[in-house]
Ligand binder design. Structure first.
Ligand code: TYD
Ligand code: MG
Length: 481
């Protein structure tokens, strides 16, 4: 139940602190802090049904589905399209959004920019930082060229004080950076512990629902753990976004992993520049920008990120190993998937890989976790082993089964359309196409039943080489027999 809030307020300057102090931290006067007990502004009803002794006024009433008004306009559209799309079209008032990511990946940068844009286009925004002083934020804002009338900043880690500030400012959007530095007086444990994180999030959730203020929570997530906090919140909040990317690369992906108000696994692509995060509205083009045409060991896959097809380059390098066990190194693809692909290449195609280290890398710091990239990985490896380039106008889509067969993938037509849009003329696809997948114009689909057929098409032997079932040996110059 909501409790009366206790805090200390300076009689001289009005500064509130959660704890008693001998000297006011704001004005420096001694013995001016006096205890204030404040009843909660309005009792918050946590649930309206369920418990048997709930008063009649709290009862919920079932409604006919068709009588419920669909409020489509109940979203604040943020004019940063990559961000809006990930949220499912805009910010839902009263929603709580967790934005997680590794430290230093750019969460504060992105949210400062979003805060400024929302302040311009929607209304007041309160940015609560527990990690940086207002002066530091100001410096960052200057670097990002942000100067908005409606943007309020405060450095605060105490939840009760944060809620107080929210009461005063009455923002449309409040950003709490970060949830790990926030603590409530109601819990004895220190900030960052699971019980504090859970308590603070639950209270902010109640605040958001009762006031209609949208709340963004920043959560630091370590690569290994995820346990360090935010994961325990995923079921409390409405939407969970992760900002990911290689911190050595400029691209950042904002991915929605849970969304009560839209499709999940939507992705927004940004680029970290020296003036903040810039939208990348044509990511396929950006990811292919540095591609070397006609270099062996490279294949272009069309992968789906949410509802959006993305063209990505997969690179492979096979080189004679110096170890008894050859290495399989995967960067940006699942290493189990790589093991599978190399095993199928050895057994079903007869490619000699037992004395080859195989490295696979996805360009742009991207991670592909769908099996539709299998064929592109296999083609890239074969291209490196045989030292023959994949034709520049060929895109590759397909999942590989253990028998060396190619399996159907989802949303084939959307993928082909994207490939065609970026100038690809041909695309290898699995022969078993899902029914109802129309083939778009402008790109020739090349259906293959087996991995072998796909390799023969993508990497034909040069004219003059002797024919036959060949194509299965490694290039002879690595000393092998
Ligand atoms: P930050 O947003 O502080 O990360 P997080 O809040 O997720 O911990 O971003 C920190 C990094 O971003 C830092 O290494 C500097 C870099 N950066 C830029 O490259 N350009 C910029 O405009 C800004 C503000 C930061
Ligand atoms: Mg930060």
């Amino acid at each position: 139940m909501a409790k009366a809030q206790t805090y200390y307020q300076c009689e001289n300057c009005g500064r509130k602190t959660p704890r008693y102090m001998g000297r006011c931290p704001a004005c420096g006067e001694w013995n001016t802090l006096k205890e204030v007990i404040e009843e909660p502004p309005e009792p918050v009803k946590k649930r309206s049904g369920g418990s048997s002794n709930a008063g009649p006024t709290l009862r919920s009433t079932p409604m006919r589905l068709k009588d419920i008004p669909a409020k489509d306009d109940a979203r604040w559209v943020v004019p940063v399209e990559e961000f809006s799309r990930v949220l499912g079209g805009g910010i839902v008032p009263g929603s709580v959004v967790l934005v997680g990511g590794d430290p230093g990946i750019g969460k504060t940068t992105l949210l400062t920019q979003i805060a400024a844009v929302v302040a311009e286009s929607v209304g007041k925004v309160l940015y609560v930082s527990g990690e940086e002083s207002v002066r530091q934020i100001k410096m960052r804002a200057e670097r990002l060229q942000i100067n908005s009338e409606n943007l309020y900043l405060v450095t605060e880690t105490n939840l009760e004080a944060i809620l107080d500030h929210a009461q005063t400012v009455q923002p449309q959007l409040m950003i709490v950076d970060s949830i790990q530095t926030t603590y409530s007086d109601d819990k004895p444990s220190s900030a960052g512990t699971v019980s504090q994180i859970r308590e603070c999030t639950a209270r902010l959730q109640i605040f958001a629902k009762s006031s209609g203020t949208a709340v963004f929570l920043v959560g630091h997530v370590t690569k290994e753990g995820m346990i360090a906090g935010p994961r325990v919140l995923e079921h409390i909040v409405d939407t969970v976004l992760y900002l990911e990317g290689d911190s050595f690369q400029a691209y950042r992906l904002l991915r929605s992993v849970k969304n009560r108000f839209g499709a999940t696994s939507e992705v927004g692509v940004f680029e970290m520049r020296d003036v903040g995060m810039a939208e990348v509205s044509n990511p396929s083009e950006a990811f292919l920008a540095e591609r070397l045409v006609n270099a062996p060991g490279s294949g272009i896959v069309v992968t789906m990120e949410g509802t959006r097809p993305l063209l990505v380059e997969v690179q492979a390098l096979a080189s004679a190993t110096a170890y008894p066990n050859p290495r399989r190194t995967a960067n940006g693809v699942d290493s189990n998937r790589l093991q599978l692909v190399t095993a199928v290449l050895s057994r079903r195609v007869g490619m000699r890989l037992f004395d080859q280290d195989v490295f696979v890398n996805v360009i742009g710091g991207l991670t592909i976790d769908e099996p539709a990239a299998d064929l592109a990985i296999a083609v890239a490896i074969a291209s490196s082993v045989w030292d023959r380039p994949v034709p520049a106008d060929l895109a590759i889509i397909g999942e590989i089964g253990l028998s060396g067969e190619l399996r159907a993938v989802s949303q084939l037509s959307a993928r082909l359309r994207e490939a065609s849009k970026l100038g690809f003329k041909r695309c290898l696809i699995p022969k078993t196409v899902r029914r109802g997948d129309p083939m778009p114009e402008g790109i020739k689909a090349i259906p293959c039943r087996r991995l072998m057929d796909a390799l023969q098409f993508a990497l034909p032997r040069e004219a003059g080489a002797k024919d036959g079932k060949g194509q299965v040996d490694t290039v002879p110059d690595d000393g092998g027999g």
